[in-house]
Write a protein that binds this ligand. Sequence first.
Ligand code: GDP
Length: 364
Amino acid sequence: MEHIENDEQFQGLRVNKGTTEQPTVNPYLDNFKKYKRKNYTASEYVEGILKGNITILGQAVTLIESSKPEHQSVAQEVIEKCLPYTGNSVRIGITGVPGAGKSTSIDAFGMHILKGNDKLAVLAIDPSSEVTKGSILGDKTRMEKLSVEKDAFIRPSPSAGSLGGVARKTRETIILCEAAGFNRIIVETVGVGQSETAVHSMVDFFLLIQLAGTGDELQGIKRGIMEMADGIVINKADGTNIEKARLAQSHFQNALHLFPLPESGWAPQVLTYSGYYEIGIDEVLKMVDDYIAFVKQNGYFDRRRNEQSRYWMYETINEKLKSNFYNNEQVQKELKACEEQVLNSRISSFAAAGKVLDMYFKQI
Ligand code: GDP
């Protein structure tokens, strides 16, 4: 039909005939939407995960990350049902300060790992994401080569909640990934704050990435983190930096000698490599394999995993108690009132804490 605006009386105005609307831009989009919209039952999730369906795996991880109680209950059921199919993997934790080369290295390590017919999941725990919303480790495109590999599953850090909560979600995601057939898991974290402890408590091997500096490499590294490391690697050992990297290597080796032998019985090694130029990658991965073989043989591998299960039981209890307490409406009211009284010095911090807790305990 001709548009009325094209009549002579409307001078200077013409409306062109449009094209008829296509049913959809992408013929597969409708199917995809239907697929996305479906609410799976826990058993359907599990079935998809066990078949290695990445889309369903991703959706199940989203459920884990959701704070909605109805999502949480399905997620917990999925986790329980997946548990019998897990455990059969090597879990590697990687930490280092921003700029140490974690993403470049994981890209390189990952591509080498995939050559051996393994399937790799890369997860992250980023304590900064809570504060900044955007996150240091959240960007999927950081691992350019891995991100297009079908045998790699890359998932940015869950962003909501406390570090404990974020870490628990990552720990649960490991379970789903293993059930989906991923037999290598890398958990990455930024070398700041408490997140290393969380990662250490969910991996078999903890790798610390360092850079060669100006001779004062050991400064700024918390002793605790060095003690946690099963291996220390100096990245960017390329070009004019090779000598400095070797020097840093001997510094770290000397420093490690001062620590007692870890419970694993394995003396942590220090290696140099270049993630960018892919020099020394095989050696780093061999170190991890050697360690795993060593601790499987002496029984430490199973002991550490059992210890971690216990740790997560208590962590989960602590976290749930805390959130139950702080989400309680009456507690919130009482806290507000008490806080004001504390700020006005009308009541001591301890008396105020006691008052709120007493009220909470009486209620439950
Ligand atoms: P992240 O913040 O720890 O994830 O570090 P990135 O992987 O983003 O690396 C930080 C910077 O260091 C980037 O500009 C990289 O290109 C560079 N880089 C990473 N690995 C190497 C390496 O082995 N050699 C050199 N020369 N540069 C590297």
